[in-house]
Design a protein around this ligand. Structure first.
Ligand SMILES: [Zn+2]
Length: 169
């Protein structure tokens, strides 16, 4: 993951900005949003790339590599360690609510009113956008944000150290 860089991902040394990275992806076709090499580059730069697939999936590439179901839209909760997963495995568990509040929210919107695109995203995380097309029509307005823009992962109420989701390799 570190590839010889000091300080880990998301701590400066950007060779490109998130806006430039988004511009590189802009205009691509559904199914060819980002190459494996570009995903690796995004990870090295500390960028998270988000776009939609089918009518029920939100895809994350780069510093977060993840796929989540969001049929008819949904919210993904994110911390620096990646997607929030409550320790008992059930994000709707009452104990999860307070932890969830500390996370950044990314709302996946299916066929939102303000856009012609099938998938758009609403979030307070500073981001740049790019358009993905299918058969000449805009399918998705994807986003690129910096992993460093997400909140710190906190310790649980009982003082238990939370799992560091940072992956190696
Ligand atoms: Zn629980």
């Amino acid at each position: 993951m570190l590839d010889g860089r000091r300080g880990g991902i998301g701590k400066g040394r950007y060779q490109v900005t998130k806006e430039q990275f988004a511009e590189m992806l802009n205009g691509r076709e559904y199914g060819s949003e980002i190459t494996r090499d570009e995903s690796r580059q995004a990870k090295e730069e500390g960028f998270v790339v988000v776009f939609g697939a089918s009518d029920d999936l939100v895809e994350f590439r780069g510093a977060i590599d993840y796929e989540d179901g969001c049929y008819d839209g949904g919210v993904v909760y994110l911390s620096k360690g990646g997607p929030f997963i409550h320790e008992c495995g059930d994000n709707d568990c009452p104990h999860a609510a307070r932890e969830r509040e500390k996370c950044a929210k990314l709302k996946a919107v299916w066929c939102g009113g303000y856009s012609d695109a099938s998938w758009t995203y609403e979030t307070n995380i500073p981001h740049a956008t790019f358009n993905i097309y299918e058969y000449g029509e805009r399918y998705c307005v994807g986003i690129v944000f910096e992993l460093a823009a997400l909140g710190e992962e906190r310790s649980g109420e009982d003082g238990q150290e939370k799992i560091n989701h940072r992956r190696n390799g």
